[in-house]
Ligand binder design. Sequence first.
Ligand SMILES: [Zn+2]
Length: 279
Amino acid sequence: MFALMFQVCLMGKFEEHLKTINGFVVFLVFVWYCYDIVLEYRRNIMGYDLSYLVLVLPAVLFATWASYKVKSTFNKYQGLEASNGLTGAMAAMRVMSANGIGDIPVERVRGELTDHFDPTNRVVRLSDSVYGDRSVAAIGVACHEIGHVIQYKEHYPWIKLRNAIIPATNIGSKLSIPLIIIGLILGATSEKFIALAYAGVALYSLSTLFQLITLPVEFNASRRALQQIRTLGLLDSSEIKGAQKVLTAAALTYVAALATSLAYLLRFVLLVSSSRRRD
Ligand SMILES: [Zn+2]
């Protein structure tokens, strides 16, 4: 370049050639700028956004469908009254007494599909549409919650493990995302800070682990519920099929929760590892 400028000066056509050189430099900068935009665009589409499209979006759609499925299946079998005339609360009490559990009250709780067993206060809470309802769906859900009570009574290992990781999961769910964001921002200045983002990803993985351990717990509670319904004759054989469909639909929401958590975990891993590569 200097040799060319020297030659140009000698030839007395400095100004004219300077324009050409300037034009060339501007052109080079323009090409480099375009190339950078294309690279950035490709990285965003191929790395960051593609992981959203391929991983997170299907999981979110699956979760939305599972949520719709559980509501529609519950509504369908809520319309089918059980032949024995028991309410959800009555069925729950009957299963508990048949299993020698007499010290756990059954309470009514507000909301839709908010039924749960609270092991700390040792109380079963059934939602409005289950507690006093005489439907196949209500009996299925009520017996599922008693399935959890029996799990505690029999020291079912997966529910113990799930409870053991709850405190760590709670801390993880509060700290993971801020740590990932801070790690990525500071990681742009020094690679050392990427460790913070990895710590965030590790904390996030605890909630994925929690969702994974939830699966055997929920499937087992439903299996116990159907077993109790059959043994105690709470529903007839055609009604049991309805209760089974309600419980299977409910289990799908836990599978969807795991899929969503796993998708986000993989996305975070991709995000943090690709940021390291860029450094
Ligand atoms: Zn459950």
